[in-house]
Design a protein around this ligand. Structure first.
Ligand code: ATP
Length: 583
């Protein structure tokens, strides 16, 4: 039961629906027992010529009433048990998604999207099947088997009953043995389904690159490989659970043959009436369903358990970045940042991504970071956003260690424009007003104006209400960047971070955006990462990173005066500019 501990809360709330559903299910099973008895009596009355029209009408009435009762009852348990299992699926999916949202960036670095999607669909569905059809079949098959066997033994003949039931334990043992293997094979199937989902997700997201690099054939081959693997594993698993059904049917036919053979001989002997034999055979017929159901129950329960175990791996993962030892009294951020002796390693690389970083930014100052690719610029921002925990050293904001600031307060006060922007398939307005959906239109428009995207938005067919395609496919690279910038500006943050997010706009537009930002960021802290000197030259302070270390520090003018990487980059960019102008 530990496997299902994450469902405890749901089961507790819905236990009465299950109990009532099970009671109805049992009542139907009792009702079903009336049929063989009535048929037996009817046969005996017919063979002994005692059947009258009134008696016939009575039996027909009973059969009708029973059929009606069963129909109403089935409707009831379907609503109560199947309906509740659907609610469970809904509840579990919400819980699963809510948990995923809490997990850290690192978790998503190490787990594939497609695999997580497979958990959210197939595995959750398998758990629902265990708690819907699985429960129904289990209760139904156990109760009906017990009731029918008691009836057969009591009303008809114990010896005949025992003889006819010889195949039952064989079925139980067989199904039990197969169950374990089914679970093992099913887990493998689900793993390869995760891999397949991942390939689909990756190929659809990367379709533009696949097309431009003419990679259809090789990608198709990779996809086909994953699809083949899933198919083979599914078939391997299916062979087993499909085999259960005919095997159970075969063994139940053996029961029938024993019943007919031995029961027939008892009729010949005169120890059993034809009516009793008829009843007995109808009772045996009632046992076919539970026997079949046993196979399916095992299948549903094993699959549900295996899927829940897969889900548990995720649900039991503790979020790495949590509010621990925080100072609840911190409700806001002013924007003073101090980084002391900061060293950070991603854990899987030999050299640290950042080493011994010391920087201080006063409230309202602007800091620029420049450096070769891979020098640690984004890593520093990731740490400021607490996407990762600080290994060594300290980040202090307004005099408080970053770990003391509630995550919500920290992130609410930072406006971050990532290097790789991400737009949702919503309207432009909703994309800009992501932080506060109820943001006043005036502010949205102002932010778009500062980010130099307003005129282009007004040129779109539906203006701010234009729906964006997936990840904003219907916008240009520069438009996407500027929409992301508007999103950070409208948040009105105390700290604004632009991570190389002006690379796709021309220098003229860039200048306009930067001068617009100056007004907004007056008295607020800003950090700009860029490879272009033109973007950062007006910043109060500039740090030059190289292989995770600060190698130069100062203002643009100060840095130009000294020989070093900054000057090198500047000279190179000047030369490029001059060459461009000369063309
Ligand atoms: N999730 C990660 N896991 C392991 N190593 C990483 C991860 N992210 C970045 N790195 C490594 O850390 C180093 C610094 O990366 P970072 O992204 O901070 O560089 P950057 O200066 O922002 O580069 P760029 O200018 O290309 O954006 C690089 O060597 C990179 O390979």
């Amino acid at each position: 039961m530990r496997t299902f501990k994450h469902l405890k809360e749901f089961i507790k709330k819905n236990i009465f629906s299950y109990i009532l559903g099970i009671i109805i299910l049992i009542a139907i099973d009792v009702f079903q027992l009336v049929m063989p008895k009535v048929l037996g009596e009817l046969t005996d009355a017919a063979t002994t010529k005692t059947l009258t029209s009134a008696l016939l009408l009575k039996y027909i009435g009973i059969i009708l009433a029973v059929a009606l009762g069963i129909a109403v009852g089935r409707f009831g348990w379907r609503i109560l048990i199947t309906g509740t299992s659907r609610k469970m699926e809904y509840w579990l999916r919400n819980r699963f998604f809510g948990h995923l949202e809490k997990l850290s960036k690192n978790y998503f670095n190490n787990n594939k999207t497609g695999d997580l999607m497979a958990h959210a669909t197939n595995d959750i569905q398998a758990v629902r099947m265990a708690f819907g059809p699985g429960v129904v079949m289990m209760v139904d098959s156990i109760v009906l088997t017990i009731l029918v066997v008691i009836r057969m033994a009591q009303d008809i003949n114990i010896k005949l009953t025992l003889m006819a039931l010889i195949p039952l334990p064989i079925i139980a043992i067989m199904v039990g043995l197969m169950g374990k293997e089914i679970m093992k094979r099913y887990k493998n199937t689900q793993e390869s389904f995760g891999n397949l989902s991942d390939k689909i997700q990756e190929n659809i997201s990367g379709i533009r690159v696949i097309k431009s690099f003419v990679q259809f054939k090789s990608q198709y081959k990779i996809f086909k490989g994953a699809n083949d693997e899933y198919f083979d594993k599914y078939m391997h698993s299916a062979k087993l659970f499909i085999a259960i059904f005919p095997l159970v049917m075969l063994l139940s036919s053996v029961s029938f043959i024993i019943g007919l053979g031995y029961g027939g001989s008892l009729v010949i002997e005169g120890t059993l009436t034809i009516g009793e034999l008829t009843s007995f055979l109808v009772y045996l017929g009632l046992l076919v369903w539970p026997m079949m159901a046993i196979g399916m129950v095992i299948n549903h329960i094993q699959r549900g358990t295996a899927s829940m175990e897969r889900l548990n791996k995720i649900l039991n993962t503790k979020p790495e970045i949590i509010d621990e030892d925080i100072d609840e009294s911190i409700k806001d951020i002013e924007g003073e940042i101090e980084i002391k002796g900061l060293t950070f390693n991603y854990g899987n690389s030999e050299n640290p991504a950042l080493e011994d970083i010391d920087v201080k930014i006063k409230k309202g100052e602007s800091l620029a970071i420049i450096g070769r690719t891979g020098s640690g610029k984004t890593t520093l921002i990731n740490l400021l956003l607490r996407n990762y925990n600080v290994d060594d050293g300290q980040i202090i904001i307004d005099g408080n260690d970053i770990n003391r600031i509630p995550l919500k307060v920290l992130r609410e006060n930072i406006g971050y424009v990532p290097q790789e922007n991400f737009l949702f398939s919503k309207t432009i307005r909703d994309n800009i007003a992501l932080y506060n959906n109820a943001e006043e239109f005036e502010n949205i428009e102002k932010a778009a104006e500062i980010a130099e995207i307003k005129n282009e938005i007004l040129g779109l067919p539906e203006k701010y209400e234009t729906m964006l395609g997936e990840r904003g496919v219907n916008l240009s690279g520069g438009q996407k960047q500027r929409t992301s910038i508007s999103r950070a500006i409208v948040k009105n943050p105390k700290i604004l971070i632009l991570d190389d997010c002006l690379s796709a706009v021309d220098t003229h537009t860039e200048e306009k955006i930067l001068s617009g930002l100056k007004g907004v960021m007056k008295d607020r802290t800003s950090i700009i990462i860029s490879h272009r000197i033109s973007t950062i030259k007006d910043s109060d302070k500039i740090i030059v990173l190289d292989e995770g270390r600060i190698i130069q520090y100062g203002s643009h003018e100060e840095l130009l005066k000294t020989r070093g990487l900054y000057r090198e980059i500047f000279d190179k960019q000047q030369l490029e500019e001059n060459l461009k102008n000369a063309e």
